[in-house]
Design a protein around this ligand. Sequence first.
Ligand SMILES: O=C(O)CCC(=O)C(=O)O
Ligand SMILES: [Fe+2]
Length: 379
Amino acid sequence: MAPGLSLAGELHRDDEQLESRYQKGVQYLYENSNGIMNRVPTKYILPISERPNSRTEDHCNARSTNLNLPVIDCAELQGPDRSQVIQSLAKACEEYGFFQLVNHGISREIIQNMIDAARRFFELSFDERAKYMSSDMFAPVRYGTSFNQNKDKVFCWRDFLKLSCTPISNSLEYWPSSPIDFRKVALNYANQTKSLYLMLMGAILESLGLLEEPMEEANGNPILKEFEDGSQLMVLNCYPPCPEPDLTLGMPAHSDYGLLTLLLQDEVKGLQIEHQGNWLTVEPVPNSFVVNVGDHLEIFSNGKYKSVLHRVLVNSSNHRISIASLHSLPFDCVVRPSPKLIDETNPRRYKDTDFATFLEYISSREPKTKNFLESRKLM
Ligand SMILES: O=C(O)CCC(=O)C(=O)O
Ligand SMILES: [Fe+2]
């Protein structure tokens, strides 16, 4: 065989080997580096214009600028004099698309147990984690890496475990059985976040003027049948230390697809949101949730509430864990602007959409193209 051909063959094989290594995720890379990974592999290096500190992007980066999000106090939301906090909620959803939720009633223990269970899952051996790898978007459990590992040309520095909770009774038996208490802890956490979401959704509907009666306070939850039957997906994110954090991202800029996301982050910062043309870092507040408006709520509110772009930075010294709980209507439901929010001065701004259209969009999309929401806009 001609030497050139043999060399090409070798290179090809090397590329394949590397590729299959990257498919195993960044925690795998980290674990197998023996603590000496000085450079980030080329696979994770973003073009200059997309790096965290790029100023050539439309947005100027503000890595050192921290943001204290508007704070919504759940105790006030459930108290007798709610009008003030309902107004603050509306303002936060319009201006930031994000808020910090405090006094939410989920105990410190449940929160800490969930973060610990997630951390311990990502510390399991690779073979144990790999049992949950799947490219099926409908799998009740899915372990993977990057954003869309079958499409991304450049990978991001993140591994994830997605747990479908719709309905939990059908999914639970597929969730990881290791660490030993994982299912119990995640189930408890999923149920608690669902109740919290329903309470918040009641307040959001009220803030949009869409509830005939104020929220029922009998058991603290509104009666919102179609929301109760809605979908819930939990995403456990793991961002290991990265040797060159300025060259890559934990998650690229994206918006979340559902109505609301309830995000728990540990004490390590990394989440940035786009606000008035800047990337601002959200300060972690212990025992609170970061809540954000998703694409479906922007559509449902006919553009009044904003589904805002956010991304995640990585760092060279600390692991970061976050847990996102994404809530929406049932998968077979059509999401459309609420008819009560459409009139002559406020024409309909979005097309109807459903979950199948969304899945089709993300599985066919080229990385970095405009987000899904843009494709639903009428003007
Ligand atoms: O890790 C974070 O802080 C954000 C995660 C996120 O945006 C997501 O899971 O959609
Ligand atoms: Fe997100």
